[in-house]
Design a protein around this ligand. Structure first.
Ligand SMILES: Cc1ncc(COP(=O)(O)O)c(C=O)c1O
Length: 383
């Protein structure tokens, strides 16, 4: 089986990196649950020596996601955070990074509580404003770390614009594409150097695995990431690699329904008397709706809404019946959460206030259930 160079997105998702198993012909890449590989003679082996360094299931996943994102190579890690941590090993002591101010709370915690101790420094700016990004760049800036849309205030960064800015200043553009998924947005097409994912979310899509991946476009980054994956050893397990491979096969189909459900809930909430504001890039009222139409192929399943005060926010989270109150996102089942006290509790209150992450916000990760059932659930929770 050979994929043509002009294969379309869903075909790539299903077939890239997937060869029938050479020993049996199994159409699905097996879970190679092994720690080592028998060698024919000293130094004569089949390309696999020790499973921290190489594993066929992980390799199949890495080739699959590299193709899905349009990159050259990918490296899978034990979690999204391990993937982000691996990217920061491309930096050296004294380097500076400009980061989207509304970045995921765990990323903020890694940068501020761990990496600052190693003489790396970070400046958080609203990357939707190019002037602020440019003003934050210093002679020692080596990386621009962007999330778009952001979690949970759904602000967008213009990827083509930040990419040309990064190129002009000779700094690497890293995009955390977890929230959109490559089905909706492929940052490398806009000039990103590296893309990361928490595969825990849309790529796996079934809420049964934790993982992360880095997609590289330059050979030198690829070599460094391969080295750190083997050296630090935060590898993704064969079982998790297999689960995510199963997930990417239905990515395009799932994302189509996430888009439908996200839009249906956003429109319902937008007209509700108890809702002050809905943050969803698919609504014409979203300040960056035009950018979303340009840069994304669908608006996704993530939306946030403001119910006026923290008591009302807690109340909605408690009263939903079909939706589950839980952290995480991107699964087939709908989740609801209170970002200020759950996913973003590690972000200091002053920083939360600065980015508009108030206590009255509720976030939904719309699953792929029937949208009318989800609307019925919100109707009774808000009544
Ligand atoms: C945007 C984003 N990036 C990274 C992560 C970290 O991923 P993981 O939980 O798989 O370590 C998350 C987790 O929620 C996330 O939402």
């Amino acid at each position: 089986m050979k994929l043509r160079d002009d294969a379309r997105f869903s075909t790539i998702c299903i077939h890239a990196g997937q060869e029938p198993d050479p020993s049996t012909g199994a159409i699905i890449t097996p879970i190679y649950q092994t720690s080592t590989y028998v060698q024919e003679a000293v130094g004569r082996h089949k390309g696999f020596e020790y499973a921290r360094t190489q594993n066929p299931t992980r390799l199949a996943l890495e080739r699959n996601i590299a193709a899905i994102e349009g990159g050259k190579a990918a490296y899978a890690f034990a979690s999204g955070m391990a993937a982000i941590d691996a990217i920061t090993t491309l930096l050296e002591s004294g380097d500076h990074v400009v980061v989207t101010d509304n970045t995921y709370g765990g990323t903020f915690r890694l940068f501020e509580k761990v990496l600052r101790r190693y003489q790396l420094s970070f400046t958080y700016v609203d990357t939707s404003c190019l002037d602020l990004v440019e003003a934050a760049i210093r002679p020692e800036t080596r990386m621009l770390f962007v999330e778009t849309p952001t979690n949970p205030v759904m602000r967008l960064t213009d990827l083509a614009a930040v990419s040309s800015l990064a190129r002009r200043h000779r700094i690497k553009l890293v995009v955390d594409n977890t929230f959109a998924s490559p089905s909706l947005q492929r940052p490398i097409e806009f000039g990103a150097d590296l893309v990361i994912h928490s595969t825990t979310k849309y790529l796996n899509g079934h809420s049964d695995s934790i993982g992360g991946i880095v997609v590289a476009t330059h050979d030198e980054d690829s070599e460094s990431l391969k080295f750190i994956q083997n050296t630090a050893g935060a590898i993704l397990s064969p079982m998790d690699s297999w689960l995510i491979l199963r997930g990417t096969k239905t990515l395009a189909l799932r994302m189509a329904q996430h888009n439908v459900n996200g839009m249906a809930l956003a429109e319902y909430l937008n007209g509700h008397a108890k809702v002050k504001q809905v943050l969803y890039p698919g609504l014409p009222s979203h300040p960056q709706h035009e950018l979303a139409k340009r840069q994304m192929r669908g608006f996704g399943g993530m939306l946030t809404f403001d119910v006026g005060n923290v008591e009302a926010a807690f109340d909605v989270c408690k009263r939903v019946r079909l939706m589950a109150l839980a952290e995480s996102l991107g699964g087939v089942e709908t989740l609801i959460s209170h970002p200020a006290s759950m996913t973003h509790a590690s972000v200091p209150p002053a920083q939360r206030a600065k980015i508009g992450l108030t206590d009255s916000l509720v976030r939904i990760s719309a699953g792929i259930e029937d949208p009318d059932d989800l609307i019925d659930d919100l109707k009774q929770a808000l009544s």
